[in-house]
Ligand binder design. Structure first.
Ligand code: DAH
Length: 346
């Protein structure tokens, strides 16, 4: 191969190399370019192989043409590689920099259950009136759930149809109401005493739109000197207004409970129609929300309190029903299914 041919070839190689070098913009591209020209199977290896077969005079002349190209090309490669690596490093650093001033991603917060919301609101209302808060036990004896509350031994509420008994002797049971807290608290504290209590109660009921074998009640009672039914009424009016708003009205109807005398049932103006009459309140404008009365003298005697000196009132209400009214929940099961799509709305 004549020397001028190789010289031409090297000019061409240099032109091709310059073009490729200009186009290579990443470390990878530059490293590939180096391999293609100067690697063990590269273009320059072929050139040197051909060079060997030339006569020594020509070899010298050509070696003189090849070396400057090789040196310059490798220097250019290195220079560009340094520049591109520096750029890449800078870009990566910019991308990876942690901005500690950015607001953090907020953890997903849970939601309070509507019954918890109602319970807390009610506890706050009574705490503000100076009541102690005491949820009381869910497992009870016949004495605290029935006997001390003046239920006669044959009272229908004791029926195994209604009560979950825990032993065959029917002495231990799941409380059927929160009224057990009256007895527990009056035994523990000397009057004057006022306690508010909210918690779970149990009855052998079918699950329907309105009933469940486990539900929630709230109970309040107060014992002091000279307490009369006016105190009861004022307390309940205050409670209902704070929970449902100032335009909520209430009325009392005579009723019967073994542990109160006299006893009353309390209706409040329908939360949906404000008393005008609608489907929910059966067109009456009223809905029943709690039971109450003056604590029966026998109940006071049962816990060693002298009814000649002390008197008191008590009331009890369903938390589930109040939650359903307050948050417009039509079916009690909705409260116990714990469907997150429902709960996350509260
Ligand atoms: N314990 C009653 C029930 O489960 C509710 C109740 C009525 C509680 C009158 C009271 C009361 O304290 O005075 O239905």
């Amino acid at each position: 191969m004549p020397a001028f041919f190789l010289l031409m070839t090297i000019d061409e190689i240099k032109a091709a190399f310059d073009r490729e070098l200009a186009a290579a913009e990443t470390k990878q591209a530059l490293s590939d370019l180096h391999t293609r020209y100067f690697g063990s199977k590269g273009v320059m290896k072929d050139v040197f192989r051909e060079l060997k077969s030339l006569p020594s005079e020509e070899k010298k002349a050509l070696g003189a043409a090849i070396n400057p190209f090789t040196e310059a090309a490798q220097a250019q490669l290195k220079e560009k590689l340094d520049r591109v690596s520096a750029d890449e490093d800078r870009r990566r650093e910019a991308r990876e920099t942690i901005d500690v001033t950015l607001p953090s991603r907020l953890p997903r917060l849970g939601h309070l259950h509507p019954i918890t919301l109602v319970r807390r609101q009610m506890e706050e209302i009574f705490r503000d009136m100076g009541y102690s808060i005491d949820p009381g036990p869910e497992l009870e004896t016949d004495w605290y759930n029935f006997e001390a509350l003046n239920f006669t031994p044959d009272h229908p509420a004791r029926d195994t149809q209604d009560t979950f008994f825990l032993d065959n002797a029917e002495r231990h049971l799941l409380r059927t109401h929160t009224s057990n807290v009256q007895i527990r608290s009056m035994e523990r504290f000397k009057p004057p005493v006022k306690v508010f209590s909210a918690g779970r109660v149990f009855r052998r009921d079918e699950i329907t739109m309105r009933r469940s074998p486990m539900f929630h009640q709230a109970e309040g009672f107060l014992v002091d000197r000279g307490i009369h039914i006016g105190h009861l009424r004022a307390t309940l009016e205050h409670f209902i207004r704070r929970l449902f708003g100032d335009d909520a009205k209430m009325r009392m109807r005579p009723s019967f409970f073994p542990f109160t005398e006299p006893s009353a049932e309390v209706d409040m103006s329908c939360v949906f129609c404000k008393g005008a009459g609608c489907g929910t309140c059966s067109q009456t404008g009223w809905m029943e929300i709690l039971g109450c009365g003056m604590i029966h003298p026998q109940v006071l005697r049962n816990v060693g309190i002298d009814p000649e000196e002390w008197s008191g009132f008590a009331f009890g209400t369903g938390l589930d029903r109040i939650a359903m009214l307050k948050y417009d929940v039509p079916n009690i099961r909705t409260l116990f299914e714990n469907d997150l799509r429902v709960l996350s709305q509260f």
